[in-house]
Design a protein around this ligand. Structure first.
Ligand SMILES: Cc1ncc(C[n+]2csc(CCOP(=O)(O)OP(=O)(O)O)c2C)c(N)n1
Ligand code: SF4
Ligand SMILES: [Mg+2]
Length: 347
């Protein structure tokens, strides 16, 4: 009689899908690149929350960071836009089909250098999508020139010093009316997981600027986006837990120590106070905290700001629930009367 034991049952999420269903092609990025760690977190979070991968639209521009959507969610839709132009492609796609869950993955060059104008309008419109900036302070793909997020005085491998002040994408996004602004570090697995999950649950633009070291061109002494710099200068604002809507959230919350932010889909972002008092619903305080941190050469990580009240772009425009391509002609074609009215107005 055979004694071979049955293989253990495969681990699946609430949709019955294995984690394999959330993976992508094998990475071609450098070993140790921060972007690879972010791809891994994306796989874990979408799997954990049981998001249907075929509902996701991955959007990116050009860069090592923008290549990374090939390395996760292979069952999702994807669009690699021209350098810095991902926001307009994502805007068009999400307006045409609001059932898509938009996931933008971009670089600091793609967003803050060539793409700053597009990024500005995306924030202003509060388009519901997740927008991850893989921020290494350089153009990794074109061999390590400074980007617009490189800190003043930081040094290239060649010894060149950056003599321009940086754009802080979080501070800019706050100024332009963003509704979810967070900063993280690719090396902080737990924090990044909680932030990505909250970003999935938020129904406006969810910006996460992730310091993601480029091991090949910007991980040396004198860089402010290196692993060692982040280890010394990261200032974690709070401890984060994400409680999805389908889990029981009726756990007692200790007064004064923990704060719960209710997100749109009924999930909760649980914010546990660390050393300081920080209110992530106060936009002015968030801007001041970033300014103060920059002066102290600290990198604040966590949820900097969240606003669940402001309408998103689709709500502002009253976009139809169904994908526009599926609307019947009776809904998309104005009737004779409406056309006559327009003609009358133009007389
Ligand atoms: C219109 C245009 N200008 C310039 C380039 C060259 N280029 C390709 S990627 C890149 C910068 C990428 O930097 P970043 O977005 O920070 O991504 P990383 O490689 O650092 O992840 C540049 C300047 C291009 N492809 N297209
Ligand atoms: S060059 Fe830099 S950013 Fe590009 S894959 Fe290598 S480590 Fe990552
Ligand atoms: Mg970069």
């Amino acid at each position: 009689m055979s004694t071979t034991a049955a293989p253990p049952p495969k681990k699946v999420n609430r949709l019955g899908l294995e984690v394999l269903s959330y993976k992508g092609a094998k990475t071609t990025l450098c070993a140790g690149c921060g972007h690879n760690a972010i791809s891994e977190r994306i796989v874990e979070c979408f799997y954990d929350l049981g998001v249907e991968p075929w509902r996701v639209g991955k959007f990116s521009g050009i860069g090592c960071s923008s290549k990374s959507p090939a390395y996760f969610l292979s069952m999702s839709h994807g669009f690699n836009a021209v350098h810095g132009r991902m926001p307009s492609i994502a805007t068009g796609a999400i307006l045409a089909n609001r059932t898509i869950l938009g996931l933008g993955v971009t670089g600091d060059g793609d967003t803050a250098s060539i793409g700053i104008g597009q990024f500005m309008h995306l924030v202003r419109r509060n388009l519901p999508m997740i927008y991850v900036i893989e921020d290494n302070g350089v153009y990794g793909l074109t061999k390590g020139q400074f980007s617009a997020t490189a800190d003043l005085g930081s040094k290239l491998k060649t010894g060149v010093i950056n003599d321009l002040p940086p754009f802080d994408c979080c501070a800019l996004a706050l100024r332009w009316g963003a509704t979810f602004v967070a900063r993280s570090f690719s090396g902080d697995k737990k924090q990044l997981q909680a932030l990505l999950k909250a970003a999935i649950a938020h129904k406006g633009l969810s910006l996460i600027d992730v310091v993601s070291p480029c091991v090949t061109f910007n991980d040396h002494e004198g860089s402010t986006k290196s692993y060692s710099y982040m280890k010394e200068h990261e200032e974690v604002l709070h401890e984060l837990d994400f409680v999805p809507a389908y889990e029981d959230i009726s756990v007692e919350i200790e007064e004064g120590e923990v704060r719960d932010v209710l997100l749109h889909d009924g999930s909760h972002l649980r914010i546990r106070k660390l050393g300081r008092d920080y209110d992530p619903t106060n936009r002015m305080a968030a801007a001041a905290a970033l300014e103060a941190a920059a002066k102290e050469e600290e990198v604040l990580t966590g949820v900097l700001y969240v606003n669940t009240e402001k309408p998103n772009f689709l709500e502002m425009l009253h976009v139809a629930e169904e994908p526009l391509a599926t609307l019947p002609e009776s809904k998309v074609r104005p009737g004779r009367e409406a056309l006559d009215e327009i003609m009358e107005e133009l007389r």
